[in-house]
Structures are given as C-alpha cells and as structure tokens.
Design a protein around this ligand. Sequence first.
Ligand code: HEC
Ligand code: HEC
Length: 395
Amino acid sequence: MPKRHSYSIVIWGLLLASSALAQPMDSIYTTGINTNKVLMQEVEGLNDEAQDKAMLGFSFYHIPWVASPASTTARDGLGPLYNANTCIACHPNNGVGSVYEDRGNISPAYILKLSIESNGSMAHESELKYNGFIAPSAYGGQISTQGISAVLYEAKPRLVYVDKEIAYPDGTKVQLSQPRTETERMIGDLQYGALSEGTIISPRLAPALIGLGLLELLSDAQILANEDRDDSNGDGISGKANRVYSPSYDDFRVGRYTSKASVASVLDQTAMAGHEDMGLTREDLPQHRLEAIAFYLQNLKVPKSIIRQKEGEKLFTSLSCIHCHRPAFTLDNGYVIRPFSDMLLHDMGEGLSDGRSEFDASQREWRTAPLWGIGKSSLTLGKRQIIYMMGEPKA
Ligand code: HEC
Ligand code: HEC
C-alpha cells in the first residue's frame, strides 16, 4: 500500500469555495435536509474526476457483492463466510444500525468480535502490536453469521437481558435492562465446535458514518492536546488517545475510528470491513476500489448543527458532558467542525467493561461517541427505528 493518500480533495474544495465561489464553508460541508438521505449528501465543490470516484465508491458500498464464480467479476469474491453482502446493510442510509430487524431477529449490524489474552509469545506480542488484539484460533476475530451456498455460517449472536435498578443521588429509581455477558447467553448455534479457551466476546453495533473525512483532517496533535492521562487538571475526568498501527500509513498514528478508536484512517477501516464483514480478500477488493469507497465516505456532508433547546445546551455544559463530548475543533484550514467528541478514550468503569483491549484502549476504555447527527437516527433508520431491545427482559 502507498504510505500516504491524497485526501486533499476536501481541502481543495475548500480553497476553491472560499475564493472562487465565495460560498460559506458551512454550506459546503453541512446539509439541512430532513429526509432519510440526510447522511448521503456529497460535499460541494468536487470536480468531475472526484465525483466519478465518489460514485464508483458508492457503487461498491451499496450494490451487493456476490460469491465467485459469478457472471459478474466486478463484485465477486464474497465469503465464503461473511456477515452481510453490502456495507449499507449494516450502516442503513449511512446511519446507525439497529440491534433488531423488524421481525425481531438480531440484525447483521450487531456483530460479535472475538479475542484472547496474549500468552506472552513473540507471535502474540507481534499480533498485539500490529493488530491491537489477538484473534483466537477457533472462529478468528469476528463471528460470521452467513456463509455462501453450501458453507455453514459460524454461529449466531444471542441477547438476553436482566433487569437492573439504578438509584440516582436524589433517590429517583429507574429500571434498566442490561444484556447478560455469560458466553452461552451471548452466542449460540456454534457450527464449528467450541470456542477457543478464554475467548473474550465483545459485541459492537454499526455506527452512523458521519463526518469521517473531517475527522481525518484533525491532526494527531490536536487530539493529543486534550489528553489528560492521569487527570492532572483535577476535573475528575482522565482521557487518552489510542495509538494504533495503521496499515495505510505503515506507521503508528492516533486512532480515531471505531468504538475503541483502534483504527487510524477511513481506508484502514474500509479494508477491515471488506475483510471481516464481507469476507473479501485484497484481490477481491483491490486498492483502487478500497480508495474509492473510502473517498465516498470521506466526502459526505454532516447535518447542520441545530440547537433547539437552550436549556438542554446549558445542562450539557453544566453537567460536564462537554468535557468529553467536546463541541468543536478548528481544522488547520480554519473550518470549525462540531463532532461533540474529543476523540479520546475514557475509563467508563467496570459496568461498561467488555473484557477486550485494542492497542492502548483497555477493557474499560471507550472512545467518546461523536454526537453529531444523532438526532437524525430515526430518519436514517426509517420504519426500523432504533430498536435496542425486543420484548420483555428475561434473566
Ligand atoms: C456486518 C455489518 C457491517 C458491514 C457489512 C460493514 N460494517 Fe462498517 N461497521 C460495523 C460495525 C459493528 C462497526 C463498529 C466497529 C467497532 O466499534 O469496533 C463499523 C464501523 C465502521 C466504520 C468506523 C466508523 C466510526 O465512526 O468509527 C467505518 C468507516 C465503516 N464501518 C465502514 C464500512 C464500510 C466501508 C463497509 C463496506 C466495505 C462496512 N463498514 C461494512 C458493521 C459493519
Ligand atoms: C468521561 C467522558 C464522558 C462524559 C463526561 C460524558 N460522556 Fe457521553 N459518552 C462517552 C463515551 C466514552 C461514550 C461511548 C460509550 C460506549 O461506546 O459504550 C459516550 C456515549 C454517549 C452517547 C451515546 C452515543 C451513541 O451514538 O450511541 C450519548 C447520547 C452521550 N454519551 C451523551 C452524554 C451526555 C448527555 C453527557 C452529560 C450528561 C455525557 N454523555 C457525558 C463519554 C462521556
């Protein structure tokens, strides 16, 4: 892979816009539309070549891949084991996936990642250094829920909830439903024998793909500037960046994507998704296709930030949400982005531990989820809505 990629179209677009078109930067990157396509709007100012590339990327992103041999060689190579045959199946309208489908089955957007602890061997230590985790020999790093024609899927995820009562300091009590984390309650129908001993299972839900190119324009230094590893400023909140190996940069970088910030570039995550989620190899998904898909995702508008509730904004500040959900960053090009995340990892306590570490992110540490566009989730999901829980909780 080349060491560095030209993500310069966005910047180029900006320069063009600020000089020739004299358009406010906001309208280049943000959209106010209110349909289920709100997260699918291309940024303004792309030239013909860039538009072609984005369109090519979009086609590989949303048209189903098929098993080979097939009548098409453009999109064959799916499987033999996979989770879904398009990116958009898990990221509907580029928005967050739902845990459940309409019929009550667990949706493909809910995946199970697998890992084991290092045994200290050189092979394990090297895997930790470059992949961030160790894949177990049985079932590998992710459970595949589908197989092509005669190939059996690996296993199916399960979700069982238990009621949990929480008391707030003022005495108010609320009932929460907590997913159970015993192995046999998280996974079933294992088709290829037992899991490797000590297998750690971490469920993940496909997030909305918002502002990915803008987050890539944030420099490592800007993210690192807010690091406070030992809470030396005494605000009660520590935060650290994840430092991860990036195959596309062939170097260690500050991670910014996925829930443990273990991926440094959109291209890296696209390659990973092709491999882990769709079973595609490098030959099936060669460099120019990967780059086209990444390019498409890097050049999408973000929803305009609208704050209807002044009261909510005040609370968001006074309750210290902004310590982690940092409202804004100014990019080198002067443009202000509003991801509502510091892109750092925070220790969220034992209750949110998944037992899995990824590079420098410990079992209890998670990346501050960016909140931009969160109000559009019901639009992008459409009729599906965000169903986090189905039916009555059962122990
Ligand atoms: C089977 C479901 C599934 C498919 C198919 C899938 N993804 Fe994802 N995607 C996920 C999940 C789950 C995550 C979150 C992973 C995590 O947090 O560790 C994710 C995360 C991402 C992210 C990181 C977003 C962020 O803000 O951190 C990107 C980018 C992404 N996917 C792109 C793609 C692309 C491109 C494709 C197609 C090549 C694709 N995905 C196919 C489930 C899927
Ligand atoms: C210590 C840092 C920190 C503080 C303070 C904080 N958050 Fe978060 N927030 C996080 C992290 C980390 C996640 C992701 C958790 C995960 O992935 O399981 C998150 C997730 C969220 C999500 C879910 C987003 C999604 O896409 O699923 C919402 C909503 C949210 N926070 C709102 C708030 C609000 C409101 C406050 C203030 C009352 C707040 N947060 C305070 C770190 C913080």
